[in-house]
Design a protein around this ligand. Structure first.
Ligand SMILES: [Zn+2]
Length: 90
């Protein structure tokens, strides 16, 4: 199979899936503000290649935000384990 697209960050299948999931969202931040939507979807991947909606408030990719918060909680967990503290509230 020949790949003609230069931008390989997002496959056509991913693009279709994302459109199905987020196609109803506003396309621009301004439109989201006008429609009072908390999210919008530009149909373009973010700097990290996520085809994900963005928060209207911050313009941040939601997938990026989730990834960084997951990383933070992992770090927090490890830090707690390192102190001998567990997450159990028994
Ligand atoms: Zn992202």
């Amino acid at each position: 199979m020949r790949i003609s697209r230069k931008d390989l960050a997002v496959s056509e299948a991913d693009e279709k899936k994302a459109l199905l999931l987020y196609g109803h969202l506003p396309k621009t931040r301004q439109e989201a503000i006008d429609r009072r939507s908390d999210k919008y979807f530009t149909r373009r991947p973010c700097v990290n290649g996520h085809l994900s909606p963005r928060y209207t408030k911050w313009g941040t990719c939601i997938a990026c935000a989730m990834e960084s918060s997951a990383r933070r909680s992992d770090e927090a967990k490890r830090a707690l384990e390192g102190c001998g503290v567990t997450n159990e509230y028994a």
